[in-house]
Design a protein around this ligand. Sequence first.
Ligand code: OOG
Ligand code: MG
Length: 260
Amino acid sequence: MTTEHEGWARHLEAARRSGTLLGADDRPWTSLSVGDGYAVQSCGLAHRLAEGERLAGWKMGFTSLAKMRQMNLDAPIAGYLLASMDVPEGELDVTAYQHPKAEPEIVLRLKHDPGPTPDFLEASRAIESVCLGIEILDSRFAGYQFSLGEVLADDTSAAGYVLGSRWRAPDALDLGNLGILMSVDGVLVEAASSAAIMDHPVRALMALARLLDARGDQLAAGQLVLTGGITAAHPLPPGRHVVVEAQDLGSIMLSTRTGA
Ligand code: OOG
Ligand code: MG
C-alpha cells in the first residue's frame, strides 16, 4: 500500500459519506489496476475497523455468467463485509443508499479457515451452515460504470446483506444445484440454480481463499461468505417488493420505502 492508495481510499470514503456518485471526471487516479484496487480496498477496510466497525466476513463477485454479463467484467472479485451492513428482512429505507440494487446470494458460515489454497473437499469441510441471502449493492460510481480495479477499490459495491432465517448444514442440501427464484412486485424476474456460481458455491469459497491469501488476509471461524450474485441484480427504488426464494432455504422479502 502506498500513500496514493491511502488517498484514493479517503476519496471514496468521502464520497460515501456525502452520498456523492463519482462520474468519469471525478476519479483522482488516471487508471487503477486490480492490484491497486485491492490495495485501496484494504486501506478502506483498515479505516473502517479503526472507526470501530467490525469485520463480519467476505464476499465474492462476478462468480456467475449472469453477473459478468450484466456488469461487462469477467474476473471474480473479493470484498469485505462489515457487521453494520447486516440489514433485517422486511421494510428497507432506501434513503440511506444512492442507487441500490438487490441480488440473490448463497451465504456460507464458516466452521474454520479452509486454508490459503483449499481443494474442493477442504473448502466443503470448512462450511458450518448455509443460508439464502439478498445482497444490496450501492456503487460509488455513477451508473455502475467502473473498471475491475475501481469496483475492487469500492469494496465491490458492497452496501448491505439480508440473511434468511433458515440455516442448514451443507450435507442436508444439494448445495451445487439449488433452485432460486426472484420476483419483483409479484412478477417472476429470475429463475436460476446455485450451479450458476462457478458450477458450485464451494468453488467460490476456494477462489475467495486464494484471493485473500494473495493480499495477506485470511478466512476465520464464524465468518460469513457471500458466494456471488446468482442472477443479474435488480434496482431497488422506493415502493418495490422483492421476494427471493431458494429450494430448502426458505425465502426473504424486502419492501422498499423512504423515511421512517
Ligand atoms: C459489483 C459487485 C458484484 C456479485 O455478486 O457479483 C457482486 C457490482 O455488481 O456492482 O457482488
Ligand atoms: Mg453480490
